[in-house]
Design a protein around this ligand. Structure first.
Ligand code: HEC
Ligand code: HEC
Ligand code: HEC
Length: 418
């Protein structure tokens, strides 16, 4: 049903897009390149900060690759995208681009006449001020040029038809999503810009419809991404899992808070971006997420559960988890985060909890030289029954969630496509 709809849409999109883009064809190099642009040192320094705040490196710097030379692979249901080379190399990067060209790519997804896919989050960056885009451009022009192309996208038909994007843009490119929180303060306003224009938090934390469009009615309410789900970060969602402003600030500056650590796709967000934000900006971001009138963080609720099942989960926990996470789930400094009140354990959907246990978490480095042990993967050492008992024990004891995880829920997640 969904697929049929998607095929129909794709067909329509292609036909209409052909008509729409014909006019644009052959205008590839028409933008105003070479316009005079003489940046000030302040602009360059500010650009460096803004490129971090916008996390351009997450997609434009490959693991162990040269900075901004592209090649970071981004898996999606449409196929694999690769971030482009955005170093100032004249042939392989953006060395021939003017500040106007650069702004058009960030604001409209128009890369000197080529329509970009929204895997490049221009849907968010279009809210950037022109001054901020110019500062980013000024700094990127000082990066070491790299004379190599990023790999080509590997997309499934019909998504491989780039010109379809013109129509997508006409239909879906909007200036703003509604706010999930309410506020007016200067911090809230600044946080709104940091979250929406720079940090593009909504690109991962807001659900998408079948057209790949962010769902207006549900800003920041959580979305399935890759293996790890992006949770609900609305004021109610965050407070419901025990977050307050001070702990959110710790999470964004360090990556570890009493409620847990950043992992999955959130780890690079903290590691490459939010840890470099100034204290004022981190505070503003937290104020925007919770709103000017932050809801009170909720304590973990007591829940009724089957004691025999909990006893089984408890014995697995004591045998394999307590050495790191503590007998009372209190965690150990520099070893492992607490399980008692952990925001992953407190999620109503057990997805991330089960994925963390099945896959483990590779050693991550946090701000201030903090690092912990790697979280081992238990997929090959614990059975579906043991993992579901363990999940139920954690949820009912330290998460305030029902002990309703079945062995079948674990089994499904053993397949990497989930
Ligand atoms: C979530 C991943 C992601 C982030 C974050 C991101 N980009 Fe991109 N960007 C891409 C992808 C993927 C492409 C190629 C898209 C395509 O093939 O249509 C791209 C393309 C571009 C292009 C066009 C290059 C060309 O030669 O066509 C520019 C310029 C660019 N990005 C600049 C930036 C800047 C500046 C930032 C930070 C403000 C940024 N990007 C952040 C994924 C990202
Ligand atoms: C060798 C120590 C170690 C053992 C054993 C261990 N963990 Fe972990 N666990 C960690 C560390 C360290 C992290 C945080 C990793 C990071 O984010 O870099 C973590 C993270 C987690 C998380 C994600 C929550 C968060 O905030 O990061 C969950 C859930 C979890 N562990 C559950 C378990 C369970 C259940 C067991 C037993 C089956 C277990 N762990 C065994 C060290 C361990
Ligand atoms: C590339 C995708 C991605 C982007 C961009 C992103 N997040 Fe996340 N975020 C995730 C994922 C996945 C998780 C779940 C793993 C975890 O808890 O660390 C997460 C977790 C979080 C958490 C912890 C929630 C909890 O209860 O444990 C907070 C808070 C958060 N994100 C805020 C933000 C903010 C603010 C931004 C923008 C500055 C942002 N995220 C951008 C993917 C993303």
């Amino acid at each position: 049903m969904k697929r049929a709809l998607l095929n129909r849409l794709a067909h329509g999109v292609l036909l209409a897009a052909c008509a729409l883009t014909l006019a644009a064809c052959g205008r590839e190099e028409s933008s105003t390149s070479g316009a005079a642009f003489t940046p000030t040192p302040e602009q360059v320094a500010r650009g460096r900060y803004l490129v971090k705040a916008a996390d351009c490196a997450a997609c434009h710097t490959a693991k162990d690759g040269a900075p901004f030379a592209g090649g970071a692979a981004l898996a999606s249901p449409y196929g694999t995208f690769y971030g482009s080379n955005i170093t100032p190399d004249k042939d392989h990067g953006i060395g021939k681009w003017s500040a106007d060209d650069f702004y058009a790519a960030l604001h409209d997804g128009n890369a000197r006449g080529k329509r970009l896919y929204p895997s490049m989050p221009y849907t968010s960056y279009r809210q950037l001020s022109r001054a901020d885009a110019d500062a980013m451009y000024a700094w990127l022009m000082t990066v070491k040029p790299v004379a190599a192309d990023a790999p080509a996208n590997e997309l499934k038909f019909p998504y491989s038809m780039r010109f379809g994007m013109a129509l997508w843009d006409v239909l879906f490119l909007k200036d703003t999503l509604p706010d999930a929180s309410a506020g007016q303060s200067a911090d809230w306003q600044r946080g709104r810009y940091l979250a929406n224009a720079l940090g593009h938090c909504a690109e991962c934390h807001t659900p998408r419809d079948v057209f790949g469009r962010l769902v207006d009615a549900k800003p920041l309410s959580g979305a399935a991404l890759g293996r790890v789900v992006a949770p609900d970060i609305t004021p109610a969602g965050l407070a419901g899992r025990g977050w307050n402003g001070a702990d959110l600030q710790t999470f964004f500056s360090v990556g570890i808070a009493p409620q847990g650590s950043a992992f999955g796709e959130m780890y690079p967000v903290v590691h490459l971006s939010t840890q470099y934000l100034s204290k004022d900006d981190v505070r503003a971001l937290s104020v925007y997420l919770l709103g000017d009138m932050a809801p009170a963080p909720q304590p973990v609720k007591a829940v009724a559960a089957d004691t025999a099942q909990l006893a089984a989960g408890r014995s697995v926990y004591v045998a394999v988890c307590a050495g790191c996470h503590g007998l009372a789930g209190e965690g150990k400094p520099h070893v492992a985060v607490p399980m008692n009140g952990n925001s992953t354990v407190r999620q109503a959907d057990p997805h991330n909890l089960l994925v963390a246990m099945l896959d483990g978490i590779d050693t991550q480095h946090f701000a201030g030289l903090e690092s912990m042990q790697a979280m081992p993967a238990f997929a090959s050492t614990l059975s579906d029954d043991e993992l579901s008992q363990l999940a139920n024990y954690l949820r009912a004891t330290w998460g305030g969630q029902n002990a309703n995880v079945a062995a079948a829920d674990v089994k499904v997640l053993r397949e990497p496509s989930h």
